[in-house]
Design a protein around this ligand. Structure first.
Ligand SMILES: Nc1ncnc2c1ncn2[C@@H]1O[C@H](COP(=O)(O)OP(=O)(O)OP(=O)(O)O)[C@@H](O)[C@H]1O
Length: 608
């Protein structure tokens, strides 16, 4: 319906969200086997207990009708022995109690099993995704990744909690009932079972239809989620461009779609229960009509047989209906697991070799040797770049937007590998070193600082988790963050929400300086890190910056050229190529691109 809504209201065309496509794949055994591997750690604990408990309660449910029909009705009742009848009653009660205990134990352990498997799977997926390379995240929205880690794994929950054991239980129950009925009275059994294929066919069709409706609900819900996510994240922009009405109109449309799809799905689902009851009723009618006929005319069929059948007929449709449901559940689980395994099979583009070298104590000597790099095949971001950054040197990267400055920083951090050539630190190719060790030696401060939910203290300590409170405070003092932190209501213990919205951009920047300083890296990258700090504060923190950079190889990316004039080397980039390099004076004398950039910034200032 959102499509018709857009057709009617062309101004809503801008709302486009990737659609989940309903998957109707055939059953995939290999995938199921792969999923079941997650049950293996519990194969000696929760799983056998749940199976034994299930077998006990199923056996009781199967035995009781036979005892009542064959013994109580056919043999004990005619004798009129009340004592014996009482003993049977007590015995049956004991059996039901046993079945109750069995069920309680089964439910408990099946839940333990299911929750543990889901926990393990989610843990595995999250730790895997966290280690994937930047390229993986370049191609996907955060929302779509979250949906897989949460929703897709949740949809496997039912399979692991009830599904597997129910499948076993229902299969045992159904096969046993069929055998018992055939043994007790083959004629009556066959008469009742005549309807099974028809019922099974209708039930499967009906279930398929119901499943599609619920898939539709999920698709609509995911669209509501995407719109909601975008609206909340972008609320300020929406308000500033007065787009609230359009947003609300679109939301109203998708909300209505969800409501309608939900209404259809519940209506269809509601048809299923009466269908099972109807199957039950047909079975009972056949039993009463044909059963009575047999009791009268066939000496082999007794009243006890009739009673046994009455019990079983009630228990007969239940597993059939559940097995149909189970099949649908398995198909849904298959489509969810397909999406989960797609992520799990994703290999990091940046791979660590088995014999990777540990980078403990580095000097910070960086070399680019004829480095070529592209994010996507048809666009080269860096062309044969060769450069050197000596230990302790401050190197500035300047150039127009998109010239490749951040790309150079990304390669030093080994977020990507060069397409050709090599990046070396202290003479070792980064493809040969351990990633953790490498990144512990490098701190990156970006313009858009990420603040995590937690206290200010914890946010700074992110740089070095084992730092003491005093060390955190010292780092904040050095970069000039202590003043504003002290002014906050709870000082260092002030809670900041995700993204640190209660702080100004400049304050967030100072926090990230403190975080970087605390990490005490040998290499530091400031990517537009001072862009959010006003000029006055920047002058004030020049000293702090100097202290932050002292003794480290520093790469500064800045559009504001005043920030970088003291750098040992300034590299000017254009379209992924080095145009010129040298210190400020050399480049000014050269009167090339850098000279032009400086002049244009001064002209801008003059115009003020
Ligand atoms: N993740 C990415 N996927 C595809 N292309 C990218 C990606 N990141 C950057 N690019 C492209 O690579 C080129 C270099 O980008 P880079 O971010 O290095 O530029 P920059 O000089 O840092 O620009 P700015 O000053 O705007 O930050 C640009 O053409 C950009 O469009």
């Amino acid at each position: 319906m959102a499509e018709t809504l857009k057709a009617k209201s062309p101004h809503l065309k801008r709302f486009r969200y990737t659609q989940d496509i309903p998957v109707d794949k055939p059953f995939n055994w290999q995938q199921l086997v792969r999923l079941l591997k997650y049950v293996k750690p519990y194969a000696k604990t929760a799983l056998p207990i749940a199976i034994i408990a299930m077998l006990v309660s199923t056996a009781v449910r199967l035995i009781v009708p036979v005892i009542i029909g064959n013994y109580v009705v056919d043999q004990v009742l005619p004798t009129g022995d009340t004592n014996l009848l009482l003993s049977f009653a007590v015995g049956i009660l004991a059996l039901y109690l046993l079945s109750y205990v069995g069920n309680a134990v089964r439910i408990k352990y099946v839940n333990i099993l299911g929750q543990n498997v889901i926990y393990d799977l989610r843990h595995h997926l999250f730790s895997h995704v966290q280690r994937l390379s930047n390229r993986f995240f370049d191609n996907r929205s955060a929302g779509s990744i979250i949906v897989r880690i949460m929703n897709d794994i949740n949809s496997l929950q039912e399979l692991f909690t009830n599904g597997i054991i129910n499948l076993l239980m229902d299969s045992i129950m159904l096969i046993s009932i069929v055998i018992i009925l055939l043994v007790v009275s083959p004629k009556l059994a066959l008469a009742i079972m005549v309807v099974i294929p028809i019922m099974f066919y209708i039930s499967t069709k009906l279930r398929k239809n119901i499943r599609r409706s619920w898939q539709q609900v999920r698709i609509q819900q995911s669209r509501v989620n995407s719109h909601l996510n975008e609206s909340i994240q972008g609320v300020r922009i929406t308000q500033s461009f007065s787009q609230e009405d359009n947003n609300t109109e679109y939301f109203h449309g998708v909300n209505d779609d969800t409501f309608q799809s939900w209404r259809i799905a519940t209506k269809k689902s509601a048809m299923f229960r009466p269908f099972v009851e109807m199957s039950n009723a047909i079975g009972s009618v056949i039993l009463i009509a044909y059963g009575s006929y047999l009791i009268i005319y066939d000496p082999q069929v007794t009243l006890g047989n009739f009673v046994t059948f009455t019990f079983f007929i009630g228990m007969f449709w239940e597993p059939i209906s559940r097995l149909g449901q189970m099949y649908n559940q398995l198909l849904m689980a298959m489509s969810a697991s397909e999406r989960i395994f797609e992520f799990l099979d994703e290999k990091p583009n940046v791979k660590e070799k088995d014999d990777a070298i540990e980078m403990d104590d580095i000097q910070g000597h960086i070399e680019f040797d004829k480095v070529q790099f592209s994010y996507d095949e048809d666009r080269i971001a860096l062309h044969e770049i060769s450069l050197e950054m000596k230990p302790g040197e401050t190197v500035a990267l300047v150039g127009h937007t998109g010239s490749g400055k951040s790309t150079i920083a990304n390669l030093i951090n080994r977020f990507y590998d060069p397409t050709q050539g090599s990046v070396k630190i202290d003479g070792t190719d980064l493809r040969d070193v351990k990633l953790d060790g490498l990144r512990q030696n490098i701190s990156v401060v970006l313009q858009d600082t990420f603040i995590f939910s937690g206290t200010i203290m914890e946010n700074i300590r992110f740089g070095r988790p084992d730092a003491s409170d005093e060390e955190v405070i010292d780092a904040a003092k050095v970069v000039g963050a202590d003043d504003f932190i002290q002014r906050l209501a709870d000082g260092y213990e002030t809670e900041v929400e995700e993204r640190g919205n209660i702080l100004s951009a400049g304050e967030r920047q100072l926090l990230s300086f403190a975080r970087a300083l605390l990490a005490d890296p040998k290499i530091i990258i400031l990517d537009e890190a001072t862009a959010s700090i006003d000029t006055e504060t920047e002058v004030k923190i020049q000293d702090a910056l100097k202290r932050l950079l002292k003794g480290r190889t520093s790469i500064i990316i800045a559009h504001r050229l005043s920030t970088i004039r003291d750098s040992d080397n300034i590299i000017v980039l254009e379209n992924g190529r080095i145009l010129e390099q040298g210190n400020h004076n050399e480049l000014m004398n050269h009167q090339g691109e850098y000279y032009g950039l400086v002049k244009s910034q001064f002209q801008m200032l003059d115009q003020l």
